[in-house]
Design a protein around this ligand. Structure first.
Ligand SMILES: Nc1ncnc2c1ncn2[C@@H]1O[C@H](COP(=O)(O)OP(=O)(O)OP(=O)(O)O)[C@@H](O)[C@H]1O
Ligand SMILES: [Mg+2]
Length: 504
C-alpha cells in the first residue's frame, strides 16, 4: 500500500456535517453530523420516526437536505437525484420495496438498461444475464422469468440486493432488510455482507433487531427524534440494554404478564380446516382471555391458516364455531360480522389506505360507528384516533398527516389501531411488531394483554421466537400445513418449537 492509498483508507466513506431536513410539522433531522468509515458495517438504530430512513433517502437522492454537507470519499457531494447517488457508488434497498411488481425478475434487474437487438428487447440475453446476477448472489432458487409479484416478499428483497451487487457499488445501504426474510435468506444475506466487506465495500445497515445489530456492526450510530445521540465502535461491552437506553432514553421493561388474564369460555373452535395443500386438517380451540401463538417456519401455513379463518382463502373442508355456534365465513365481510379482525403482515398491500390521513385510517374498519344521520362525525373520529396515538405513542405531526408519510413502524401502529377501533372479539395478527422499535414492541404487547383482560382472544403468528415465547399463553407449532405440536408457555423452549417446526 503506498502513502496515497493509505491516506484514502483514512478518509471516511461518508462524512455528514450538520444535515437538516424538515417536513411540515416534523424536524426529521437536526444538525446530524457523523462519519461512516470505509469498509465497515455501520449500523443505525433509533425508535420509529427517529429519522433513519430519511437520512438514507438523502444519501440515495430521493430527498434533498434543507442544509448541511455530505462529503463522499473526501469530496463534497451534491446528491440531487438517485442518478447522482448511483454515480457516487451508493446503492440502496429501501425499507418499503419499490419494484415493478408486474414485470419479471430479469426486467427488474435490468430495468435501466434492457439489452436490445434490432430495436427489440433481447430476451435471450436479458434472461441469461439475469441468471448470472442471481447465481452470483447465491440466489439459485429464484426464477428469472417469474413476475416479481409471484415470488415471496423475501425473495423480492433478495433480488433488489442482487441488483445492487451487479452495479459498481462502493456503499450499500440496507434499510431493515431482514424484516421480510426467512431464516435461510437472513443467513444468506449475512454471508453476502461478509463477502462485500472483504471487498472493501461499506455497508450501512438499519434494523430494529438488536441481536442482529450486535452481530453485524463494526460501528453504531443512534438517532433519536431527528438528533444524533452518538456514534461509537461496537465492543464486547456493547449490550442490547446499552442500545435501548440510548435509543429510548430509559430502560424498557420486558414484562409481558403471561398468565395474568382470566381464561374464560371457548370463543373459537376450528375443526379439520383444510385449504388446498397449505392448510391441512387443522383443529384447535381458543378461549376468551387467551393469547395463542402460532409458530413455524416461513411457508409452514401459518399465514394461510389465518387467511382461511378470516374468509380470505377458500376452504375445502372443515368448520368454524364461534361461541359454540357453527358459522359460515366465506369473505372478510362475514368474518367482520362475526367480530373477527385480521391484522396482516403486508400493511402496504393489504390494510392501510396510504393516501388517506391517520384519522381516517384509524376509523376505516368501523365507518358506521363514526356516522351520525348519514354524516361523518369528524370530532368522534379525531377523539378515537387520539386515544390510540397516545396509547401506542404513534409519532405523527397531526391527525391529518398522510399515512404514506409516516415512518414504517408508525404505519404498523396505525393498522393495529384501525382494527382495535372495530372492537373485535377475536383478533388475528400476523407479525404484530414487524418493523416496530423495542419500546413500542413492549407497548403493543401490553396493549394486547390488556385486551384479553376484557375477555377478548388473540392469535399471534410470528417468526420471532422471543416474541411468541414472551407474549403467548399457549403455542401451536405448524409444519407443512399441519399442527405438529402444542406447548404451554411454561413448557416452551426455542429448541422444542424448532423441533416441531421442522417436523421431527
Ligand atoms: N415524505 C414525508 N412527508 C412528511 N413527513 C415525513 C416524510 N418522510 C418522513 N417523514 C417524517 O419524518 C420522521 C422521520 O421518519 P423516518 O421514516 O426517517 O423514520 P425512521 O427512523 O426510519 O422510522 P422507522 O423505524 O419506523 O422506519 C417521521 O416523523 C415521519 O413521519
Ligand atoms: Mg424507516
Amino acid at each position: 500500500m503506498d502513502d496515497k492509498e493509505e491516506k484514502s483508507m483514512d478518509v471516511p466513506a461518508i462524512k455528514l456535517i450538520n444535515v437538516n431536513k424538515e417536513f411540515p410539522g416534523v424536524k426529521a433531522l437536526q444538525n446530524v453530523s457523523f462519519d461512516i468509515d470505509k469498509g465497515k458495517t455501520h449500523c443505525i438504530v433509533g425508535e420509529n420516526g427517529a429519522g433513519k430512513s430519511t437520512l438514507m433517502k438523502i444519501l440515495s437522492g430521493a430527498y434533498t437536505p434543507d442544509s448541511g454537507d455530505i462529503i463522499v470519499d473526501g469530496e463534497k457531494a451534491s446528491i440531487k437525484s438517485p442518478a447522482d447517488s448511483i454515480r457516487l457508488g451508493i446503492g440502496i434497498v429501501y425499507q418499503e420495496l419499490s419494484n415493478f411488481s408486474n414485470l419479471t425478475v430479469a426486467k427488474n434487474l435490468f430495468a435501466n438498461n434492457l439489452p436490445h437487438k434490432k430495436g427489440l428487447i433481447d430476451y435471450g440475453k436479458l434472461n441469461t444475464d439475469a441468471r448470472k446476477v442471481l447465481d452470483n448472489a447465491g440466489l439459485t432458487y429464484i426464477d428469472e422469468t417469474a413476475a416479481m409479484k409471484d415470488i415471496s416478499l423475501g425473495s423480492q428483497q433478495m433480488v433488489e440486493i442482487a441488483k445492487l451487487l451487479s452495479l459498481d457499488i462502493k456503499i450499500m445501504i440496507l434499510d431493515e432488510p431482514t424484516s421480510a426474510l426467512t431464516e435461510v435468506e437472513i443467513n444468506k444475506l449475512y454471508s453476502l455482507i461478509q463477502e462485500l466487506k472483504e471487498k472493501g465495500i461499506t455497508i450501512i445497515y438499519i434494523s430494529h433487531k438488536l441481536n442482529e445489530i450486535l452481530y453485524l456492526a463494526d460501528n453504531i450510530t443512534v438517532l433519536k427524534d431527528g438528533n444524533h445521540v452518538g456514534t461509537f465502535k461496537k465492543t464486547p461491552e456493547t449490550t442490547k440494554e446499552t442500545l435501548v437506553r440510548l435509543m429510548v432514553g430509559r430502560d424498557v421493561a420486558y414484562d409481558y404478564k403471561v398468565g395474568t388474564s382470566k381464561i374464560g369460555e371457548e370463543i373459537l373452535a376450528v375443526k379439520n380446516l383444510t385449504s388446498g395443500t397449505t392448510v391441512r386438517d387443522v383443529s384447535f380451540s381458543l378461549k376468551r382471555g387467551e393469547i395463542l401463538g402460532i409458530a413455524g417456519l416461513e411457508g409452514s401455513g401459518r399465514t394461510e391458516l389465518l387467511e382461511s379463518i378470516f374468509g380470505w382463502r377458500s376452504v375445502s373442508q372443515g368448520e368454524i364455531l364461534i361461541n359454540n355456534k357453527k358459522v359460515k365465513i366465506n369473505s372478510p365481510m362475514d368474518a367482520k360480522k362475526n367480530k373477527l379482525a385480521f391484522i396482516t403482515k403486508e400493511r402496504k398491500v393489504q390494510g392501510l389506505f396510504l393516501s388517506l390521513d391517520v384519522r381516517k385510517n384509524i376509523a376505516a374498519a368501523s365507518t358506521r360507528r363514526f356516522r351520525k344521520k348519514g354524516l361523518v362525525n369528524v370530532g368522534l373520529m379525531a377523539e378515537n384516533a387520539k386515544k390510540y396515538i397516545d396509547a401506542m405513542g404513534i409519532k405523527v405531526s397531526g391527525l391529518n398527516q398522510l399515512t404514506m408519510n409516516l415512518s414504517g413502524g408508525n404505519q404498523q401502529k396505525v393498522l393495529l389501531s384501525m382494527w382495535l377501533t372495530a372492537d373485535p372479539d377475536i383478533i388475528l395478527i400476523d407479525e404484530p411488531t414487524r418493523g416496530v422499535d423495542v419500546g413500542a414492541k413492549a407497548e403493543i404487547h401490553n396493549l394486547l394483554r390488556d385486551l384479553t383482560k376484557e375477555g377478548k382472544a388473540i392469535i399471534i403468528v410470528s417468526s420471532e421466537m422471543p416474541e411468541i415465547m414472551a407474549s403467548c399463553d399457549r403455542i401451536l407449532v405448524m409444519h407443512e400445513g399441519q399442527i405438529t405440536g402444542e406447548l404451554s408457555n411454561a413448557e416452551a423452549t426455542e429448541e422444542m418449537i424448532m423441533k416441531y417446526a421442522s417436523g421431527v
